[in-house]
Design a protein around this ligand. Structure first.
Ligand code: SF4
Length: 523
């Protein structure tokens, strides 16, 4: 029996079955690669999770990182016996009945029940195991501020197309109105880095802000005291100290790594303004400090990745450090047909004249005899266009007004036995509409990121050709992701209609930005 089969068979659920198509190739490619980063782009259905877990086994000391709770649950079900660490809020506190481990994060050294603390035990199991499953945010927090899971041979990152946004939010400084008031934080003297003095002023601001936080931290520490934890007020104080401590660590990184590409923004919230510092791109030095120095090699897996030069830029690594392989879809192309059904050219200036043409095409598609009795999904890109669709006043159309009613609308759509059509600007990822839940998809408009977002504008207009490629690549990635919502197995089928000329143009002009398996399904 070869080592790849032995590694697979160590996972009980998979020991009775042979590898599926491409799985052994993925494992061998990553295992034999001499590069520090292996990027595996393999569409849904190949069974990437098993490949990642087998690689974790083969490399000896590894962490398998997931982004979504859905995937974490799936890994927990499929790989019994492998330590999995959930978010702290999933563990009850053994000391106080109505609290979870989120309260102190298992950090209460003076807790008398720490040996019975479920979170503490789960963390010990994961930390002493050769293979453990963590979520992105937990991993980043631990390796950066605690150091417990750092230094492993391999980090396998699933759903790695989301890694950059998680890293960016981990690195960015976001001070709410409440924090500004609590710590008495002043706005920085400079709002941009156009002045030669701005960077030094920002660094001084970071140190002053850290000092203000430290005063509060010390106050809380005195309150908690050195004796055993007896009250919930002490636990609340420890929770607060943990939050302040992470905030201070972030400010330290900001101080050490801030450069002229960082952006500062003030936003008006309900009770006052908030302050935000974010890097336009994560620099290689900062990326290395936050993630890459914490393991020897990395396997990044996803159904879709941005164009490789863009991926390297986003993650702060060099393209020649990457071994990359793209795999075909195991779902028949005829089951996931994508059709250009161009009805308009939705550029900003032409919007008024083009929207009615697109709406006419939407009516034609949803009333076509083929789709009249079927459930479908319309990606609208914006709430404004979702409202336009709802004006069609077809009883099958269901939409949501924002994030608050999104889950309820999805539930209503899924549980209904009527041929409803889900109309939404935010269903291109994270939703699985299997079989009859989605037989057709309409992409109304090219989902370009909003230029009102300072970061998007800075990347597009301030990074030359690369910024331009990033902007198009993100749009096309969104299309590919959105089309995948309706075909979830090799017997499932769904037809996608692309209505905007801007999508067709970007696809034809930039074939390398779209996976081969997707291009093969364009009818
Ligand atoms: S106080 Fe903290 S360490 Fe003690 S049981 Fe509760 S969560 Fe665990």
């Amino acid at each position: 029996m070869d080592m790849y089969t032995r590694a697979k068979n160590s996972f009980l659920k998979f020991s009775k079955f042979p590898y599926r198509d491409y799985q052994e190739d993925i494992i061998e490619f990553a295992h034999k690669s001499t590069k520090r980063f292996t990027v595996i782009e393999a569409p849904t259905g190949i069974g990437k999770t098993l490949c990642g877990m087998v690689l974790g086994r083969l490399f000896g000391s590894s962490i398998y990182c997931v982004h979504s709770k859905t995937l974490q649950t799936q890994v927990s079900d499929d790989f019994t016996g492998i330590p999995i660490l959930w978010g702290r809020a999933n563990y009850p506190c053994a000391l106080f009945e109505d609290m979870t481990a989120d309260a102190c994060g298992g950090s209460a050294k003076t807790c008398e029940t720490i040996d019975e603390c479920e979170y503490h035990k789960a963390k010990e199991r994961a930390a002493t195991s050769n293979l453990a499953v963590l979520n992105y945010h937990y991993y980043l927090t631990e390796v950066n501020y605690v150091g417990r899971f750092s230094g492993r041979e391999c980090l396998v990152v699933d759903e790695a197309d989301a890694l950059e946004s998680v890293l960016a939010s981990f690195i960015g400084i976001n001070l709410s109105h409440a924090a500004i008031r609590e710590f008495g934080i002043n706005a920085p003297d400079y709002k941009t880095t156009s002045s030669v003095h701005a960077l030094d002023a920002w660094k001084s601001w970071a140190l002053e802000t850290r000092d203000s936080m430290l005063l509060r931290y010390n106050e809380l520490e005195r309150f908690v005291g050195k004796n055993e934890i007896k009250t919930t007020a002490q636990i609340e104080a420890i929770k607060k100290m943990n939050q302040i401590s992470s905030g201070m660590s972030k400010l330290k990184k900001f101080h050490d790594y801030v450069d002229v590409s960082w952006l500062y923004e003030e936003k008006d919230a309900k009770y006052g303004k908030s302050m935000h510092f974010n890097p336009t791109w994560i620099s290689p030095a900062l990326a290395n400090d936050c993630i890459w120095k914490h393991a020897k090699r990395f396997v990044l897996m996803s159904a879709t990745f941005p164009y490789l030069p863009i991926l390297a830029k986003l993650l702060g690594i060099k393209q020649d450090e990457i071994a990359y392989r793209q795999y075909p879809s195991v779902f028949p192309a005829e089951n996931r047909q994508v059709k250009y059904s161009i009805a308009g050219n939705l550029v900003y200036k032409e919007m008024k004249t083009e929207i009615p043409k697109v709406m006419t095409r939407v009516k034609e598609i949803i009333n076509d005899t083929k789709h009249k009795g079927e459930k479908g999904l319309i990606h609208t890109v914006s709430y404004k266009l979702a409202e336009e669709i709802m004006k069609i006043k077809d009883k099958r159309l269901v939409s949501h007004l924002g994030d608050t009613d999104r889950a309820a609308v999805i539930e209503h759509f899924k549980s209904s036995d009527k041929p409803l059509i889900l109309v939404s600007p935010s269903m291109d990822r994270g939703i699985s509409l299997d079989d009859d839940l989605c037989r057709f998809i309409i992409w109304l408009k090219a989902p370009f990121l909003s230029l009102a977002d300072k970061m998007v504008a800075a990347r597009l207009y301030g990074s030359g050709h690369l910024g331009n490629m990033w902007y198009k690549s993100m749009m096309l990635l969104s299309i590919v992701q959105g089309c995948g919502r309706g075909v979830r197995s090799d017997t499932d089928y769904s037809t996608t209609y692309l209505l905007d000329e801007q999508i067709r143009k970007a696809m034809i002009d930039n074939p390398n930005m779209v996976p081969k398996w997707f291009r093969e399904a364009i009818w």
